[in-house]
Design a protein around this ligand. Structure first.
Ligand code: ATP
Ligand code: MG
Length: 692
């Protein structure tokens, strides 16, 4: 077919590093489709025809320019935004090499702009004032709301005026502890409007975590709400903030104002503790403020926000993003990775407490004038069909979620999905962890009815936006591969010595250049920034992730390099073994770690969660081991299968292998920092099942 030819031709001219297709003929003849490894899934011709990037050639042309002329490529795109004053002569500056001095990245310096203005005022002025900006769906299926671009702008201005009134100024930090109410993006945008930095703390963190973050950035005001309902549970957020404020005061940081939104559907106003002089009810004051507010114009390199990483690998890092480059990068990646069109209705299930909610609930979509759905509740409440109910209700066209949710809905069975039409869907997306090929297929075949390309977006809090992702419409996909780098990203794979390796290989994933959305420092600790990310391999940004490039140049994330297991000299990525286990029909989820092994150096220890109702048995244990032997090889066969009713996860849904490693090696007194764990009980359950 034409798609096949397009693919083949382009791969042959892929920029260096991607390699060439060694089995060209097999692909042309379609024989390559027969094997698991080369399972290519093509976008339909109809989809490709209408796409922003309709072919690999077009991608290559744009990619080539973005690498050869980054200044030209990015300033052309940046010109579509509103700048009070254009950036200086030099579009960007970068030093990624510790041997050449301090690490420094700057984009569009000297350019004067405001990201809130670009999200709202610019779109209203362009005639989109009456377009819905936010649809809000409450935890209870009967509760919802919406705001047009004009209405959102007014709400943002009211809050911005209040913040200015209480003395919040450009450069000040504001800590935000809110659930997925419209007030969360409103708060972020209001801070951006007046040049204040928001530091959003996911509203599931403990008082201690909130206190740590308050002490770190010393805000004048904390913004929260009285309570939220997730599923059938009511969580008293204001009580948690109260406790955090007592704790931070002990460390000498006194917050003057605690602005509290009353979330009536979760809890009535009278039932919350109150401190006169410090606590303010949102609804009592904000509506009194004017609905217009002058913008604080800032430099492209002025800070926009501070956000902590998920804490999958240890103590979270306070990542700092600046304004101009982040604005251009999130908007551009959003547009291309989801093939965004003005007719789209977009829903991302991430919470604004994570980077995904910053870049791809709030900024990226609103910069494009998108209609965004946000959902307050739990994805399986009142039943596992809720997501598809929401998709049908709002006619969602782009649905972006995480593998952990895909796996859990897959375990609940197809019936819940098939109850709903899902006809509006056209693009799906995944983020957070490698998506196992079997979960990918279920997402593609069952949820997307085999017609919606999946953008498996690899990126990090640090990168601000997508670094590697399929562009739907451009490439045939391979289930579980993040495919190719985004425009302007020189992704390379290096060996232990930091030497780039070409063609088919596996190693450490690094980035060779800066991109506009890159983080500029770790808040208050530039040295840790340099040590963690730029010292491991000089001259490169080191992602911490392992990656394999296959014979066709496709990239496969293999997990964190700290998690790589070395069995008798074979380096095995956790993701590969887990994917093999998850492809077993009775396995719902798996997490693999290495443990010391007398003979092999390291052995493979697998934690396995079974599909609801399946009993543990020796036979099943054997068939799980067998499926890994068959798919990867005997060397990767797990030495131990540990039954796991649940797995320890971060609050953003990622598996914490660090803790599993300690359980596997029975070092129970060394579990370390578990404050970012979603459900600490899981750990006890696992310990209890250790010898079963
Ligand atoms: P911490 O840095 O505190 O340990 P974290 O790395 O989990 O936490 P995030 O910035 O939220 O915090 O997550 C980025 C990481 O998530 C990536 O480095 C990668 O390991 C993983 N990841 C994200 N998206 C993908 C993807 N599409 N495929 C594979 N891995 C992904
Ligand atoms: Mg990380």
């Amino acid at each position: 077919t034409t798609n096949h030819l397009r693919h083949v031709e382009s791969m042959a001219t892929m920029p260096s590093g991607a390699g060439k297709i060694p089995h060209l003929n097999a692909i042309i003849l379609g024989e390559a489709l027969a094997s698991e490894e080369n399972d290519l899934i093509f976008p339909s011709d109809d989809f490709s025809r209408q796409a922003h990037v309709p072919s690999p050639q077009k991608y290559l042309e744009m990619y080539k320019r973005s690498i050869e002329d980054p200044a030209g490529f990015w300033s052309d795109i940046a010109s579509d935004f509103f700048w009070k004053q254009k950036w200086g002569q030099q579009v960007y500056f970068e030093n990624l090499d510790v041997n050449k001095g301090d690490i420094r990245i700057e984009w569009f310096k000297g350019g004067i702009t405001n990201i809130c203005y670009n999200c709202l005022d610019r779109n209203v002025e362009a005639g989109l004032g009456d377009r819905i900006a936010l649809y809000w769906e409450g935890n209870e299926p009967c509760l919802d709301g919406s705001l047009t671009y004009s209405q959102l702008l007014q709400k943002v201005c009211q809050l911005a005026n209040y913040l200015k009134d209480i003395g919040v100024k450009k450069g000040d930090a504001v800590v935000v502890y809110l659930p997925m109410l419209m007030e969360l993006p409103i708060t972020m945008l209001a801070c951006a409007r007046i040049g204040a930095l928001h530091s959003v703390v996911f509203a599931g963190f403990s008082a201690e975590s909130v206190a740590q973050r308050i002490v770190d950035c010393k805000p004048k005001v904390v913004i929260t709400c009285n309570a939220v309902k997730r599923g059938s549970k009511v969580i008293h957020l204001k009580d948690i903030v109260d406790a955090a404020l007592i704790e931070s005061a002990r460390s000498g940081v006194c917050v003057e104002v605690c602005l509290t939104y009353i979330n009536e559907s979760a809890l009535k106003r009278g039932s919350t503790k109150w401190e006169e002089g410090r606590d303010i009810w949102w609804q009592d004051v904000i509506p009194k403020y004017p609905t217009t507010c002058a913008v604080e114009w800032v430099d492209a390199e002025d800070p926009l926000f501070l956000l902590y990483t998920s804490g999958s690998t240890g103590k979270p890092k306070g990542v700092l993003h600046t304004t101009g480059g982040y604005m251009v990068y999130t908007a551009t990646t959003f547009k291309y990775a989801f093939d965004y069109k003005p007719s789209d209705i977009y829903w991302c299930t991430a919470d604004c407490g994570w980077i995904t909610g910053h870049s791809y609930v709030t900024y990226g979509p609103l910069l494009n004038g998108t209609t965004v759905v946000i959902y307050e509740g739990a994805p399986n409440y009142p039943d596992p069909g809720r997501c598809w109910d929401i998709v049908d209700k709002y006619k969602v066209t782009i649905f972006y979620t995480a593998p952990t949710l895909v796996r859990s809905l897959m375990r609940d069975g197809d019936e819940y999905v098939k109850r709903y039409l899902r006809k509006s869907l056209r693009v799906l997306g995944s983020v957070g962890e490698p998506i196992n090929p079997s979960a990918w297929r279920w997402f593609y075949n069952v949820v997307g009815d085999s017609r919606c390309p999946i953008s498996d977006t690899w990126w990090q809090t640090e990168t601000g936006g997508f670094m590697m992702t399929p562009l739907p419409g451009a490439w045939p996909q391979k289930p579980g591969s993040a495919t190719f780098p985004f425009f302007g990203v020189q992704a390379v794979i290096v060996d232990e010595k930091g030497v780039e390796i070409e063609g088919e290989c596996s190693g450490y994933l690094c980035i060779k250049n800066s991109w506009p959305g890159a983080f500029r420092t770790l808040y208050g600790d530039h040295e840790r920034y340099e040590t963690t990310y730029f010292k491991p391999f000089s001259g490169y940004y080191f992602s911490g992730d392992g990656c394999r490039r296959d014979e066709d140049g496709y990239h496969w994330l293999t997990g964190r390099v700290d998690d790589v297991i070395n069995v008798s000299g074979h380096r095995i990525g956790t993701a590969e073994v887990e994917s093999a286990l998850v492809s077993h029909p009775q396995c719902a989820e798996a997490a693999v770690v290495g443990v010391e092994h007398e003979v092999k150096g390291q052995g493979i220890y697998a934690f396995v969660t079974l599909v609801e109702g399946v009993p543990y048995s020796e036979e099943l244990r054997k068939s799980l081991i067998l499926i890994v032997r068959k798919q990867i090889g005997a060397f990767a066969a797990p030495d131990r299968i540990h039954w796991a009713p649940g797995l320890p996860k971060t609050r953003s849904g990622k598996i914490m292998r660090r803790i599993l490693r300690k359980i596997a090696s029975k070092q129970l007194d060394e579990l370390g920092d578990t404050s970012t764990l979603a459900d600490p009980n899981v750990v006890d359950q696992l310990i209890a099942l250790a010898d079963k």
